[in-house]
Write a protein that binds this ligand. Sequence first.
Ligand SMILES: [Fe+2]
Ligand SMILES: [Fe+2]
Length: 226
Amino acid sequence: MTILIDQPELGVEAGVNKLDNADNELVLDGGFVVPQTNSFGHTFRDYHVESERQQGVENFYRTNHINQTSDFVKRMRTEYGKLNKMEMGIWECCELLNDVIDESDPDLDEPQIEHLLQTAEAIRKDYPNEDWMHLTGLIHDLGKVLLHPGFGELPQWAVVGDTFPVGCAFDKSIVHHKYFEENPDYHNSDYNTKYGVYSEGCGLNNVMMSWGHDDYMYLVYPPLCV
Ligand SMILES: [Fe+2]
Ligand SMILES: [Fe+2]
């Protein structure tokens, strides 16, 4: 695939938003227009539309909610906190995501690289002078490389989907909440109270979130920022 951008290593300095099917070439046309509906003609983030895609999303969340326990998150943070899987540039990592489909997303069945570029471009359209934010949009989902064999080829439920705190009661507002009833932590009195293992006002830094691409990038970013 040929990519026409000013800075291929970052991909955020030009209006890249259109994939030309004829020769698989990304074409610059000056910006990304945010659509009103998703690829399936529904409003965004609607988890209640009846469709095959939605059934897949619900099955995804069932497996996710059953398996994301405090112990699992601790094991993953220890293992992936070593940051010893692979070294690569940002653009190389973007390209690695090109074959990945996020099964938790009710709005999108495009390759992830398009999602990254569209996010960066949509942010640039709204905040043209905040270049740090364009870059953040571009890299925000790079943690999905956890799906790749070089990073352990974790299952979808351990990589994508919305995140939530573990170690305390699962909040009712979490999508498809009913499936937490099958999570061992749901029945563990150390974890199933309002504050669980935490204390009020302990600070977000001390709260463990379910494991996935967001938490992985949270571990990766600090060395990137040095
Ligand atoms: Fe994400
Ligand atoms: Fe995303």
